[in-house]
Design a protein around this ligand. Sequence first.
Ligand code: F3S
Length: 651
Amino acid sequence: MGKSLAHKILDAHRIAPDGSALRAGHYRVDSVLFHDMSGILPFIGCDAMGMRRANVPVPVVFTDHNLVSVDPATANDQAFVRSGARAFGLRYSLPGNGVCHSVYVHRIARPGMLLIGADSHTATCGAVGMIGIGMGGMDVGVAMSGLPFRLKTPKIMEVRLTGALRPGVSAKDAALALLRKLTISGAVGKILEYTGEGVGTLSVTQRATIANMGAEMGATSSIFPADERVRAFMTAQGRAADFTPMAADEDAEYDERVTLDLCAVEPMVALPGRPDRGCAVREAGAIPFSQIFIGSCTNGSYTDIARAAMVLRGRKVSPETTLLVSCGSRQIYAMLLRDGYIGMLVDAGARILECACGPCMGIGHAPASGAKVLRTSNRNFKGRSGTPDAEIYLCGTETAAASAITGRLTDVRDVIDPAELDAVREPAAYPVDDAMMIDYDRQWDGESRLRYTKNIRPIPVRPAMEGTIRAGVSLKAGDGISTDDIVPALPHLMTLRANIPELSKSIFHNLDLEFASRAVAMGDSVIVAGENYAQGSSREHAAIGCMHLGVRAVLVRSIHRIHRANLINYGVLPLLFERTEDYAAVSQGDMLELPDALRDLRREGRVRVRNLTTGGEFFARSDLSQDELDILAAGGLLPLMGERLGREEKR
Ligand code: F3S
């Protein structure tokens, strides 16, 4: 029986915790990725655990998220991250060098690598035939120390691509069409592996767009083969020597299969609230937009922005809207400048932003209250733009550019002959200049220390979990709660990512202003929610913030993979209703009792839940591994690692 490419790469990295023999679920990683917002907590944690030096071949940290410095706290946070890069010996990407996934794909990614990153879109690098997996920062920090990385073996879903995209239809449209088919939970616990003759019609940057959007389908990762298109891309990047051809075996077996006919894809738009609410642009109507954003790690490539510029060439942005454009990296920006595309955008009236995440997660350019905005980024959850009641629509860059001209949702084929877009070609050679990537790995001296400031506070930890949990229900929420609901994307909160006591006061602010004070008043509490709890980003603040407010357990119908891991790492029990109808038997304010929760979970994988308010009773289950139960018993990953390091020192 042949192997999928994903299995080949995972098998090549599988190790036992002691390095002695194969054991499913433990892997050595080639690379770790952090950014300025996801790197702070793990750097504090690694420092507290006494880590001296990163112990993986390619550790990297990017400064690309919070670049809008409205007070000294942002600059202080950036200085802390840089000091961590220097102290632990990581490559450090300076502000302005570009968005992490874009720079990683272009300058670092190689076929066959295994990367874990403290960001949910880490799988973008799957475009070149490697596996990238988004995790919480503390898990990535532990992997950086050289310890094996734990992963429940994912299923592999083959996504067979047939045909080719028609003129005027983009890779983003294909991703939105697939997302509509699979929904936001259709790839949970799976790696999406792209095969079929349609793959060869897509460039690496188009593949990166599709791999990036796998996160919105719940996928653990996404991967394309390393074929001639990858060789050409790496050659254009001056990295031909990094290329190795890699593909699935001819007779590879897959756990599941889905087919997407690229010829049948139409220009798509995702309606507000969920990225899987896709429909054809022509069916959605002429929705007016007051702001349009082109860029992000999904659609910030050279061809993405050049094609938008071609649509806008010789035309003007409607005075009823504003068009924001951000390139994925400085390298891309320089090339678009050289080739005249930035000039076309400026002539049309576009506003060029720096190469960063920016509007994608509400860091600047928050729209007006109640505004409708169109974006080429990947998420449209409520509040994601920084404006709680703004409505976010998602699309590809061609649709965004066409809509900027009319001020309304517009199919690009109604504005220009889409064949004109063929003038935009993948570059045969990119200008290579890595001056803004500092290699502190090579410069490591063992003397540098982290630069703490008063806004960077120690990480709170829970006492060990033992005995019976008795806790009130501090929140009962519905389906589809995102991490943007839990930790709002509000500009003034961006600089509190290292100050958990302060940040936790705003947990669930967009949903329920009273949540934090209610949770604190309750002492210990439980959050109850419906399906797909904590979908979205990898931000571990959504877990640690709740933990700091006294949340002991989260009881839901289903939960996002990364948030589940983050809860465990911070000592909060993730539980699932055994019977989904029991969700209705719990109300906000009820007092719940979970007798000997950890003991029963170890023995039976389920725990009795008594509702002391109603007198009812039901079961909650969990699929916690032995390792995860140990972490919870210790009160979280930090106390556990501290205990283990303490034991090592005494020997
Ligand atoms: Fe940045 Fe948005 Fe991507 S925050 S990493 S551009 S999803």
